[in-house]
Design a protein around this ligand. Structure first.
Ligand SMILES: [Fe+2]
Ligand SMILES: [Fe+2]
Length: 162
């Protein structure tokens, strides 16, 4: 907590920071005017991009390291399945217009899913990983550099689209 001003460096800190950001955005969404489809769409797009970045980081780097470090295959498998479901909802949202009757509901369901998933990661997976001798600083460094790469790719895609 006291470290909040410095940039998060450890793997768990980075992931927690990203969790907090999307959790805040889901709360913000609830407060948006239901008629303001543009504002809703913009927020949904940001959250979807943040979540895609986050799940990729976990799947490419954090989960494999956690799988090695802790002896809980079920936990890791469940997390992976939850990612697949979240990605399905994200894809649906990306192909939906803001005035689609299911737009609001789909994002709300995604929010419930993400909240549940984050609770398990922060409540079970992270504490277990933190008890092992996995070098979370070193993993965090690799995650940061992969994140830079991925963000660069997203920017490129955006440029191509516009
Ligand atoms: Fe996850
Ligand atoms: Fe996560």
């Amino acid at each position: 907590m006291a470290k909040s001003k410095a940039q998060a460096t450890g793997a768990v800190e980075i992931l927690r920071e990203q969790h907090d950001k999307v959790k805040k955005a889901f709360k913000q969404f609830e407060k948006l005017d239901r008629e303001d489809t543009e504002a809703q769409q913009q927020l949904v797009q940001t959250v979807c991009e943040d979540l895609k970045l986050h799940t990729t980081l976990e799947e490419e780097l954090f989960y494999p390291a956690a799988r090695e470090a802790i002896d809980d295959e079920d936990l890791l498998n469940e997390a992976q399945v939850e990612h697949e479901t979240a990605k399905m909802l994200i894809e649906q949202l990306e192909n939906m217009s803001g005035d689609d009757p299911n737009f609001h509901a789909t994002f709300t369901v995604l929010g419930e899913y993400v909240l549940h998933h984050v609770k398990e990661e922060e409540g079970e997976m992270f504490p277990q990983v933190q008890e092992t001798d996995l070098d979370l600083e070193e993993l965090g460094t690799r995650m940061r550099s992969r994140m830079q790469e991925l963000m660069g790719e997203i920017e490129e895609e955006e440029k191509e689209r516009s």
